[in-house]
Design a binder for this molecule. Structure first.
Ligand code: MD3
Ligand code: FE
Length: 206
C-alpha cells in the first residue's frame, strides 16, 4: 500500500499510508493525548492574535506560542504546567519507517482544524535541527495544502491531503514555506464531527 509520490525535491507524499482501521487506532491515541494535554488556543507573538487552529503536543518537547514568550519549544503544557504525554508507539513506528533518521522524534504537534480554520504560509524554523525531516499525518476531513519555496515570494503549488496520508519533508524541502488554505468539511467520516487533525513529528535539537 501507499506508493510514495515526490511532490517537490525532498517533499514526499504517501497517500493512504494508514488504513481506515489504523486511522481509528491513531485517533484513539490522539484522544488519550488530548485527555492528558488538553487543546489550547495558540496566540501570535506581539499582536496577541489567536491562530484559528487549536493545538497540543506529545513528546519530550512541545511547540507553544503566546503573546509574551513567542514561538518556542518547552517541556510542559502552557495551561496545566504538566509534562507532555509520550508520543504513541504507532507514530514512533511511522517515524522509523519513513524518516531515514536514526534518533526518534522529540516533539509531536497535534493541530486541530475546525471547518474554516487555516494556517497561513510559514516556515518551520523554531527547531535547531534542520537535518531531520518533518513527518506529518492527516486525519479526518481533507484539506488544501499549499507549498512554496525557500523565499516567501516564490511560486506555490497546492495539493489535497486526505485522511491517512503521510507527508515527509526532508532535505531542501525542510525549510519550504507551506500552509493550509482550507478544510473540506464532510469529506471524511473518521471524526465524530467535521474537522481535521494533523500530527507533525520533529527533532528539535540534534
Ligand atoms: C512542508 N502544519 O504544524 S503539516 C505546522 O497541516 C504545519 O497542520 C500543517 O505546518 C498542518 O507547522 C502542515 C505538513 C508540513 C509540515 C512541515 C513542513 C508540511 C511542510 C515543512 C516544510 C514544508
Ligand atoms: Fe509548518
Amino acid at each position: 500500500m501507499s506508493t510514495p509520490i515526490i511532490l517537490e525535491e525532498g517533499l514526499l507524499l504517501r497517500p493512504g499510508y494508514f488504513s481506515r482501521e489504523q486511522q481509528e487506532l491513531l485517533l484513539e491515541d490522539v484522544r488519550s493525548v488530548v485527555g492528558i494535554a488538553p487543546l489550547f488556543v495558540p496566540v501570535m507573538p506581539k499582536t496577541g492574535k489567536s491562530l484559528s487552529v487549536r493545538m497540543t503536543n506529545c513528546g519530550d518537547l512541545g511547540w507553544v506560542t503566546d503573546r509574551e514568550g513567542g514561538y518556542r519549544y518547552q517541556d510542559f503544557h502552557p495551561v496545566t504546567g504538566e509534562p507532555w504525554p509520550k508520543i504513541p508507539q504507532r507514530l514512533l513506528e511511522l517515524w522509523r519507517d519513513v524518516s531515514e533518521y536514526d534518533a526518534p522524534p522529540q516533539a509531536c504537534l497535534v493541530n486541530f482544524y475546525e471547518p474554516g480554520a487555516k494556517m497561513g504560509l510559514h516556515q518551520d524554523r523554531d527547531e535547531k535541527n534542520f537535518k531531520a525531516p518533518v513527518v506529518s499525518v492527516s486525519l479526518g476531513d481533507a484539506c488544501l495544502f499549499r507549498v512554496g519555496g525557500l523565499d516567501r515570494r516564490d511560486s506555490t503549488r497546492s495539493f489535497k491531503l486526505e485522511s491517512g496520508d503521510v507527508l515527509v519533508l526532508g532535505g531542501k524541502s525542510r525549510l519550504r514555506y507551506h500552509g493550509v488554505d482550507r478544510i473540506y468539511p464532510g469529506t471524511s467520516t473518521l471524526l465524530r464531527h467535521s474537522g481535521r487533525v494533523n500530527l507533525t513529528m520533529r527533532r528539535v535539537t540534534d
